[in-house]
Design a protein around this ligand. Structure first.
Ligand SMILES: [Zn+2]
Ligand SMILES: [Zn+2]
Length: 350
């Protein structure tokens, strides 16, 4: 089979390798769509602590496909079934796993990081992942591409639950990439009546305008963000602020543009060396702000995201703006890294 193999920093090679063999407790997925995530780009540029130097790995963790082979001992699935395979596989026995927070397991494995992922024609699902529930059916109304996007959507769903957007509230999302767009979509469904999308790249804001998911578009390199947000909110500030980027100054600004009783989702993590950010904690104190963080998503968030994406309340199709086959894996990475368009997906032609 063909696979895009990560050999190390800035070294991905599309190669012909052996199709994974499965044992009686495992499953083989024929990958139909695997979206390129910011995390893939970060691994490509900087590596990952779960990929020891010198080890090869197939990246890709936003995975949708069809069950191609099932081991004799695996019950409850059939060949040809359309499934998503959420990446985070918990140990199953720690406190976090038992509470349903498999994304917070300290002893996790992840497809496309510690295990081979979806940038290949086929992907093996180990027995433990099947047992932990990481093979989830795709409703008939969802395409493979849309199903693959349910993984990033589920991360935004996790953030949404933490900030608890209420009908009638205002939301500022800073960062108009695919993740920002998914935040906008889910907050609209939650009832936000004014969604403001912020970026410094006009072409990104134009993409968002075309999607119709934001009520207000702000280019913060052309105008003062705080002034504009106060204007848009009758001087009160935004009820919800989501930082969908990795810029320390934006975390500082988020506290300033939040309304009294505002909730701030520090969604984008900071790169190493930039994680100590000076915040005006008096803003948290006197405005009674809630500053929350979320990381990844649990299986419950994935299942809810699939339900939403399969309904007529959300259309994920227009988020895919770049389609590539596995031979073009490097082009897909370059496209995702360039900031042009929204989401790049590696799709299988058959
Ligand atoms: Zn991702
Ligand atoms: Zn665990």
């Amino acid at each position: 089979m063909k696979a895009a193999v990560y050999y190390g920093v800035e070294d991905i090679r599309v190669e012909e390798i052996a199709k994974p063999a499965i044992d009686a407790d495992e499953m083989l997925i024929k990958v139909k769509a695997c979206a390129v995530c910011g995390t893939d780009i970060r691994i490509y540029k900087y590596g990952h602590f779960k990929i020891p130097e010198g080890e090869q790995r197939i990246l890709g963790h936003e995975i949708a496909g069809e069950i191609a082979e099932i081991g004799a001992n695996v019950q409850g699935y059939k060949v040809g079934q359309r499934v998503v395979v959420p990446p985070n596989v918990g140990c199953g026995h720690c406190k976090m796993c038992k509470q349903g927070f498999n994304q917070l397991c300290s002893d996790y494995e992840a497809f496309g990081i510690s295990w081979n992922g979806g940038f290949a024609e086929y992907m093996k699902v180990p027995a433990h992942a099947i047992q932990m529930g990481n093979v989830i059916n795709i409703p008939a109304s969802l395409s493979y591409e849309e199903a693959a996007l349910c993984e990033p959507l589920s991360c935004c769903y996790n953030s949404y639950q933490a900030v608890d957007t209420k009908p009638g509230e205002s939301v500022v999302i800073i960062g108009a990439g695919p993740i920002g767009v998914l935040h906008a979509m889910i907050n609209k469904i939650a009832g936000a009546t004014k969604v403001m999308m912020v970026d410094i790249v006009d072409s990104r804001l134009e993409e968002v305008r075309a999607l119709g998911v934001a009520d207000v578009l702000i280019n913060s390199s052309n105008e003062d963000l705080k002034t504009r947000v106060l204007e848009e909110t009758s001087g009160l500030g935004a009820d919800i602020v989501i930082t969908a980027n990795s810029v320390p100054a934006i975390q500082q600004l988020a506290l300033e543009i939040a309304a009294v009783h505002g909730r701030i989702s520090l969604f984008g993590g900071m790169p190493k060396g930039k994680e100590f950010v000076t915040l005006n904690t008096n803003l948290v104190h006197y405005k009674e702000l809630k500053v929350v963080g979320t990381t990844g998503s649990s299986l419950q968030h994935v299942i809810s995201s699939i339900e939403i994406a399969a309904s007529d309340r959300m259309d994920l199709k227009p988020i895919v703006t770049g389609r590539f086959n596995i031979d073009q894996a490097k082009e897909a990475f370059a496209y995702a890294a360039s900031g042009a368009g929204l989401k790049a997906v590696i799709v299988s032609g058959n």
